[in-house]
Structures are given as C-alpha cells and as structure tokens.
Design a protein around this ligand. Structure first.
Ligand SMILES: [Zn+2]
Ligand SMILES: [Zn+2]
Length: 128
C-alpha cells in the first residue's frame, strides 16, 4: 500500500452529503471514493501533457449525421480497437475503443471536434 497524506478540503455541503450517501451505499470509505474519482480526472487532464501509451473509450456525439468519418477510422486504425456507431432520436453516437500513443488520441480527438462533434475521452486506468 502506498504512503498516504492527510489534508483538509472544502466542498459544497450538497456534494459532501452526496459523498456520504454514496459512501454508505457502496459501503466504501470516503477517501477511497475520492481517490478513485480523482485518479481518472488527473489522468484525463494530464494525459495529453506527456506522451504515453493510453487505453480508453472515446465518445463522440452529434446532432444528425454531420459527416462521414470512415476515412478517419481508416487513418486511425492503429489505435482504434473497436467502433460502435448508433443513433438515438436525432443524435449520432460513436464509441471508439482506443489503445495507442496519447498524441495520436489527441489528434483523433481534435479531428472529431473539427467535424462538429462533442468529444469525451475516458481513459481506463490499470489497477495499481
Ligand atoms: Zn492517458
Ligand atoms: Zn451516425
């Protein structure tokens, strides 16, 4: 087990209550919940800063069919391990299962944004 550091943080009351409820419901202490919430957050925000092999799920939403991205999928075939394309009402939802160099993921991310899609990347963390 790694060394721990204790410090006080201030959060809105509602969020603290939410955390208490979640803690009871999951039967998991609050520190553990905060650590597991924080890790992917820090990863998601720092992972474009230093190059590394990353795996995760990239989700792209758009309204209507804005563009054909088949050639994009082709160009990024090295990092796209799986692809799901589905529609709900007028929304186009694409899910990319990704493993590859973070710089490539960043490029794919920005190309999808250029197509007018809303993009979210969720890195998958290995248990440590
Ligand atoms: Zn990463
Ligand atoms: Zn579509």
């Amino acid at each position: 087990m790694s060394k721990k550091k204790r410090f006080g943080i201030s959060v809105p009351v509602e969020l603290a209550e939410e955390l208490d409820r979640l803690s009871k419901c999951l039967n998991c202490d609050r520190s553990k919940i905060i650590v597991s919430a924080l890790k992917p957050y820090i990863h998601a925000h720092s992972h474009y800063m230093k190059p590394h092999i990353c795996k995760g799920v990239l989700i792209a939403f758009s309204t209507g069919e804005k563009s054909r991205i088949n050639n994009l999928i082709d160009r990024y075939r090295d990092i796209i391990q799986g692809y799901i394309h589905s529609h709900i009402d007028n929304n186009c939802i694409e899910v990319f299962i990704i493993k590859g160099l973070s710089e490539e993921i960043k490029k794919l991310d920005s190309e999808l944004r250029k197509e007018g899609k809303e993009v979210r990347y969720i890195p998958i963390m290995d248990k440590t």
